[in-house]
Design a protein around this ligand. Structure first.
Ligand code: 5GP
Ligand code: MG
Length: 168
């Protein structure tokens, strides 16, 4: 769906958008595991343009089982940085229903962040149910199950340097 070259080109643009949004010392909160590769490339691009980013991670999972997103998330790993009064940027692989971003944003605001922005590699606007609007989006994609560039299917395919679609 999206080639390695397209990803690299777009991520460089997104790094500039992050700096335009929150300035040259952004605090990135990257959501494990899916966003790890995107985050690494974004961080490198931020460095290339002279930014001084901080990086922290969260890992969350949707409550309940199955594929239906429940709207609540369980925090499996929380950030360690003090974000009181700071602008933070949530970095994630895919914005789907929006439940994850909504819940994580609310959590970061409750920790005292002055503003919580978002930088999402992929956006599936057709599937949105939560009331969230991303600040920075890499690619709008149709409602298909994608893998690669850090994104898995049952822990497979994260290593692919491109974003692909799983066919039955
Ligand atoms: P949301 O809470 O917005 O519905 O969920 C977003 C999360 O769902 C993403 O961070 C990702 O973990 C997962 N997700 C949504 N679409 C896909 C997909 O096409 N492939 C994979 N592997 N995960 C997806
Ligand atoms: Mg995810």
């Amino acid at each position: 769906m999206i080639t390695e070259e397209q990803l690299q080109e777009r991520v460089a643009v997104m790094a500039r958008q992050v700096v335009d949004l929150v300035g040259p010392q952004p605090i990135l909160v990257s959501l494990l595991k899916g966003a790890f590769m995107f985050t690494a490339d974004l961080l490198r691009e931020l460095g290339r343009i002279g930014a001084k980013p901080h990086l922290d991670f969260m890992r969350v999972s949707s409550y309940g089982s199955g594929t239906v997103s429940s709207g609540q998330v369980e925090v499996l790993l929380d950030i360690k940085e003090d974000i009181r009064g700071k602008s933070v940027v949530v970095v994630d692989d895919i914005l789907d229903t929006g439940n994850t971003l909504k819940a994580v944003s609310d959590l970061l605001k409750s920790k005292g962040a002055s503003q919580v922005r978002s930088c999402m590699l992929l956006d599936k606007p057709a599937r949105r149910t939560a009331d969230v609007t991303p600040d920075i989006v890499g690619f709008e994609i149709p409602d298909a199950f994608v893998v690669g560039y850090g994104i898995d299917w049952d822990n497979r395919f994260r290593e692919l340097p491109y974003v692909g679609v799983v066919k039955e």
